[in-house]
Design a protein around this ligand. Structure first.
Ligand code: F6R
Length: 260
């Protein structure tokens, strides 16, 4: 694991965009894994700007979402498909074509079967780089505390903490936040060649401490990613504020910059 600590969310997003673009450029047939939520939005803005400048394109890059709310139509702005289409497609987007954006089907008659279908799709995709966020409770995708650390894609019940955190996307109405999601499992996520996890703000500080310095535990699902051979964690100073070994991590980052 490599941890980069940045003065603010803008510097973090610059570095994330640089890494995503460079990693995809290095592949002949790249594929991308994307997260939703508010943290990656500045990164997506930089990918759009790079596309506008003619420096980057997702035109031929199959792209896979991490998760989706069960029961929300893609026409609803809170649906993750809607959000990703908004962030990545269209004339001012990244070149991504709608048919190349793969998301779990939120309206599938049988969400459990749909989770299996999606797992097979992502499992066969050889994702080059997977963008991740992290929940305050340590979830990645919607792998909530207490779930299997070796899970494949599945239907997950959102915890109260997650539903409260996400109510901000639903006019602060917790009751409007869906109770179920389809999420890539932790083992599915770990199939990607590289993982890049972004976190900003003090609300994420405890989860980042557990991810970076804590024991692997179902209490903090992100800790399962400690086993991944190419995990880069990018945080701002606030999200890094509970790290005990920040000094050592900065030295490791400085040393690794010669390679990355
Ligand atoms: C979204 C996802 C979630 C978010 C997490 C953080 O696809 O998988 O794990 O990354 O809930 O969300 P934000 O960035 O809104 O704090």
């Amino acid at each position: 694991m490599l941890v980069g600590i940045f003065p603010d969310a803008d510097a973090l997003a610059d570095e994330a965009a640089r890494r995503v673009i460079r990693t995809l450029d290095a592949e002949t047939s790249p594929t991308l894994g994307v997260a939703t939520g508010s943290t990656p939005r500045p990164l997506y803005a930089r990918l759009r700007a790079a596309h506008a400048a003619g420096q980057f394109s997702l035109e031929d890059v199959p792209t896979y979402a991490l998760d989706e709310y069960v029961g929300l139509s893609p026409a609803q702005p809170q649906s993750y498909r809607h959000e990703l289409l908004d962030q990545l497609t269209g004339p001012a987007g990244t070149g991504l074509r709608e048919e190349n954006l793969h998301t779990p089907h939120a309206l599938a008659d049988d969400p459990w079967r749909e989770a299996q279908r999606y797992d097979a799709l992502v499992g066969g995709a050889h994702v080059t780089i997977q963008i991740l966020g992290i929940g305050e409770n340590g979830h990645v995708g919607f792998n909530e505390p207490g779930g299997s650390l070796a899970s494949r894609s599945h239907v997950s019940a959102l915890t109260e903490s997650t539903r409260h955190a996400n109510a901000r996307f639903f006019d602060d109405d917790v009751s409007a936040v869906p109770e179920l999601s389809i999420t890539q499992g932790l083992s599915t996520i770990a199939l990607a060649e590289c993982l890049i996890l972004l976190a900003t703000g003090t609300a994420k500080a405890r989860a980042i401490r557990e991810l970076v310095e804590g024991p692997v535990s179902a209490h903090w699902p992100a800790t399962a990613l400690q086993w991944h051979q190419d995990l880069v964690v990018l945080v701002d100073e606030d999200a890094a504020s509970e790290l005990e070994f920040a000094h050592d991590l900065r030295e490791q980052w400085a040393a690794a910059r010669h390679r990355h």
